[in-house]
Design a protein around this ligand. Structure first.
Ligand SMILES: Cc1ncc(C[n+]2csc(CCOP(=O)(O)OP(=O)(O)O)c2C)c(N)n1
Length: 516
């Protein structure tokens, strides 16, 4: 076999089932070998930002490494923005970048670039493969690194991919955790016992499944609050799960939200900071007189740590577990009349089926959505963890490949959608079950809000024009159908309800433009 086959066989044996590809000449051996490595389904995207965002969505949901194959420095560069989101969401992800043949780099051919330095901007581990015989071992190592929620990037020279190899296939190492530190658990328990207003700020695996239930158990005993970052990568939500608030986006409401807490215990998350540096506002949102304590590092098993903390507070508080009965799921009532962003959020919250995967890149239109759903049927929400727009459309692609039978609803701002609109083509080609709801406010609304916040109450026509995307008007029905996804445009609650109910019963992709 050749180096490419050794690499892809290693990937398949490790458990890779899908790869997000936009290949060129340097990756041809990998493309060719996919015929022999039948367990890996290649998914073509027409822009690398769709490959990387797709891998991010897939990895976030599957909690196992996602794979991209990208072309040299320029191809990788096109994918970096969504790799940034993936890094912030702690998605396990592996990039394979085809590089020129090792002997060709010195010639400085047109596509030659410093790929390694680009890769390092988002990757926890970067390696330039040095021999065909090492390709399998290199991939296995990349896989091992990515298992702890990291991005690993392997740069593979074209001549190594073509070269004949003996064919030893390496296996990744299993993921291991650092040991639990009992004194941290005691400290956290004491802080929760002190009778002060306390909260657990949750991140990572504390926002899913058992981690969330363990946090809810601690809440039921100590009465602490639970909240998370403004943009968590993934959070499970709805009836039967504890309600986890999100820190508001703008600094003033964020500070007001956090003000009440005397103690904040950070659970697998960094301390909260403002999104931007605003004059006169500290970057760090917790005051000096607020106690903050980091319960665990990202190398520890947060689920086990929360379980230990739950046991500890139960024993030491000698308090019976308060009956944490939750009300039955209730769907929000449907509004009526002309659509607004708020009404669109209500319609979505009211109609989203159990098991939905909600991708939230609604930017300003989605602000009212999250609080409406704490008691909806169980579902999960993915958000723009790194703040780099253009993540929603591809993320939905990856989500649908991860869970083909679950409803994927992408609540998607129009400006952000245009960054990676090519994702619709992949949805159509793969017949993915993605329902895209475009929040068509025909502007970069956040920019208008930020201008106002900066005290520019009367912006001139040039400034305003840079927040206006209505000239020419984006024709979403044409754009979507032109990329193979059937679409409708609606401007009332009644029409949105009718169309959304209809598309939710159909399989395959669809798009609704919600004129707001
Ligand atoms: C990659 C990247 N480019 C630019 C920005 C700056 N930015 C943030 S939101 C936004 C536009 C948002 O418009 P839209 O997606 O339509 O949402 P709206 O503000 O209208 O709700 C821009 C340009 C960014 N965050 N990321």
């Amino acid at each position: 076999m050749n180096g490419a086959e050794a690499l892809m066989r290693t990937a398949m044996n490790a458990g890779i089932e899908v790869c997000f590809v936009n290949a060129g000449t340097t990756e041809l051996p990998l493309v060719a070998t996919l015929e022999n490595v039948s367990g890996i389904h290649p998914v073509l995207a027409l822009f690398e930002g769709v490959c990387t965002g797709g891998a991010d969505g897939y990895g976030r949901l599957q909690e196992k490494p996602a794979l991209t194959i990208l072309h040299l420095g320029p191809g990788f560069a096109n994918g970096i923005a969504n790799l940034h989101n993936a890094r912030r969401a702690r998605t396990p992800l592996i990039n394979i970048i085809g590089q020129h043949s090792s002997w060709h780099i010195a010639a400085d051919a047109p596509l030659t670039m410093n790929v390694e330095s680009l890769a390092k901007t988002v990757s926890a581990w970067t390696r330039i493969n040095t021999s065909a015989e090492n390709l399998s071992a290199d991939f296995a190592e990349a896989y091992t690194v990515s298992l702890s929620g990291k991005i690993a990037t392997l740069i593979v020279p074209n001549d190594h991919l073509w070269a004949h190899v003996k064919g030893t296939i390496h296996l990744p190492e299993p993921h291991t955790f650092d040991p639990i530190d009992v004194s941290s658990i005691e400290t956290a328990a004491n802080l929760l016992r002190e009778g002060k207003k306390a909260a657990l700020m949750l991140g990572g695996k504390a926002l899913r499944g058992q981690g969330l239930l363990n946090a809810g158990y601690i809440q039921s005993i100590t009465g602490c609050d639970l909240f998370t970052e403004t943009f968590p990568g993934y959070v499970e939500r709805g009836a039967g799960l504890p309600d986890v608030a999100r820190i508001p986006y703008f600094p003033e409401p964020a500070l007001a939200f956090l003000y009440q807490y005397e103690t904040v215990i950070l659970v697998d998350v960094q301390e909260p900071v403002t999104f931007f540096g605003y004059p006169g506002i500290d970057s760090y949102l917790l005051r000096k007189d607020q106690t903050k304590f980091s319960l665990c590092s990202e190398r520890q098993n947060v689920i086990e740590i929360l379980e230990c903390l739950g046991d500890y507070v139960k024993t030491t508080l000698h308090r019976k577990r308060s009956r944490h009965t939750r009300p039955k799921p209730v769907k929000p009532r449907l509004p009526r009349g002309k659509l607004t962003a708020e009404k669109a959020c209500r319609v979505l919250a009211a109609l989203q089926p159990e098991g939905s995967i909600i991708i939230d890149e609604g930017i300003t239109s989605a602000i009212p959505y999250y609080p409406l759903t704490y008691n909806s049927p169980p579902h999960c929400v993915l958000t723009i963890a790194g703040g780099s727009i253009g993540y929603g459309m591809p993320c939905a692609v990856g989500a649908a490949l991860a869970y083909p039978d679950r409803p994927i609803i992408n609540f998607q701002a129009d400006g952000s959608a245009m960054y990676t609109v090519q994702a619709l083509w992949t949805e159509a080609r793969e017949n993915l079950n993605v329902k895209t709801l475009i929040c068509s406010n025909r502007g970069y609304n956040i920019l208008r809000v930020e201008l106002e916040r900066a005290g520019i109450t009367n912006p001139g026509p040039k400034a305003l024009s840079l927040a206006d995307i209505d000239n020419p008007r984006l024709d979403w029905v044409s754009i979507s159908s032109g990329l193979g996804v059937p679409a409708h445009s609606v401007n009332t609650v009644e029409d949105l309800k009718k169309q959304l109910e209809r598309i939710l019963t159909e399989s395959g992709p669809s798009l609704i433009e919600m004129i707001l």
